[in-house]
Ligand binder design. Structure first.
Ligand code: ADP
Length: 363
């Protein structure tokens, strides 16, 4: 990263932003900064407040408390208020929301009325080329496929050169095959234009694969805002561990740097010498290996074929279940007794209560 990026002020700042609807807390003292050009994905259960964040940034809602800045300018808070049309924020929704009676060209030109006719036309041509829709400028929305409509919506939002692009589940109305392509195109355009973006999604894979950082929201509060790798591999809380990917939780104990649970010794925990602490260990199905073992009290209770991989659910002696992804060449039929283990080199997440811990709690 060049110094100009390090020194550049954040494109977007939320400071202690709160918003309630009656008794429902939709945003609870949110703090978030997005660097110029950064792509943040927002994910959480339905109703957790993802869209509220976008509406607050766009100016469609007023926060009850806190400050929002876009491009260094306060747009909401005690020090000022800017209406949506004065904010440099572009919006793209799931349903594209194109004007049906306007051509592609005029849809994209809609927010450019402050430009001269010539500049307006030039800018429309530029953004339509960017989304590879230049040749369809005279079409009307009903003459476009879903993916093309989405690209026009993106072009329209980009045309006024927003500092922040707000995308609310922009791909979820597209069918699966198209979605991956439109998503890749959209991310490429955001990257090419250096546009900072907040992208709301309910799809864990999408959040992990497109975001520079993933913001996991629960009940209006940020549980973790971190790189995709850290959110998945080092979840900060039990909720993040279970929401971002599959996870099983087993009671475990760390004694003299050895992590032990029902399936045996799982790993060493460097730095945890001289302690004896009860924890829960987070095990991801792709980390769990299985071997047929007639002497084991663990038994395969379900086998789900997914194509390349097969999900095995194992009932342990205690009655707890543990899942394991196996390559499709490996099958342990239902009823097989198996021993489970964790591949060497994996240091699983440990929880005390609902929080992940990386060092032994003080005695
Ligand atoms: P998400 O996008 O994560 O599904 P939202 O931000 O839309 O969640 O909503 C967060 C919470 O606020 C939900 O409980 C929702 O019912 C409530 N909410 C959102 N908008 C309004 C509104 N205009 N009036 C009342 N409650 C609302």
């Amino acid at each position: 990263m060049g110094t100009e990026l390090v020194d550049a002020p954040p494109a977007l700042v939320l400071e202690s932003v709160s918003k309630s609807y009656g008794d429902v807390v939709a945003a609870s003292s949110l703090g978030l900064r997005a660097a110029p050009g950064e792509l943040l994905t927002l994910i959480g259960p339905s109703g957790c407040g993802k869209s509220t964040v976008l509406r607050l940034v766009a100016g469609l809602e007023r926060p009850d408390a806190g400050t929002i800045e876009i491009g260094g300018q306060v747009v909401a808070g005690a020090r000022g208020w800017q209406p949506p049309e004065r904010r440099r924020a572009g919006l793209v929704f799931q349903d594209h929301a194109l004007f049906p009676h306007l051509s592609v060209h005029d849809n994209v030109g809609f927010g450019l009325d402050r430009l001269s006719r010539r500049d307006r036309s030039a800018r429309i041509g530029e953004v339509l080329d960017l989304v590879r829709m230049g040749s369809l400028a005279s079409r009307f929305p009903h003459e476009l496929s879903g993916g093309e409509q989405q690209r026009v919506a993106l072009a329209r939002a980009l045309a006024p050169r927003p500092v922040v692009m707000l995308l609310d589940e922009p791909f979820s109305s597209l069918d699966e095959n198209l979605r991956a392509q439109v998503r890749a195109d959209t991310v490429a355009v955001l990257r090419e234009t250096g546009t900072t973006a907040l992208l709301v999604t309910h799809d864990q894979t999408e959040a992990l694969s497109t975001g520079d950082r993933v913001v996991v929201i629960r009940d209006g509060a940020i549980e973790q805002a971190d790189t995709p790798q850290r959110v998945f591999e080092s979840p900060a809380t039990r909720f993040v561990a279970s929401f971002m990917g599959e996870a099983d939780f087993l009671p475990a104990n760390v004694h003299d740097a050895l992590l032990t649970c029902e399936i045996g010794v799982v790993s060493t925990v460097p730095g945890w010498a001289d302690c004896d602490v009860d924890v829960d260990v987070v095990l991801r199905p792709h980390e769990v290996a299985l071997a047929a073992d007639p002497a084991s009290s663990a038994r395969v209770v379900a086998v789900e074929y997914h194509g390349a991989f097969v999900l095995h659910t194992v009932s342990l002696g205690s009655g707890r279940t543990l899942r394991s992804w196996q390559p499709h060449s490996v099958r342990h039929p239902v009823g097989t007794t198996v021993s489970a283990s964790v591949a060497a080199g994996i240091t699983p997440t440990l929880l005390v209560g609902d929080l992940a811990v990386t060092s032994p709690p003080p005695r």
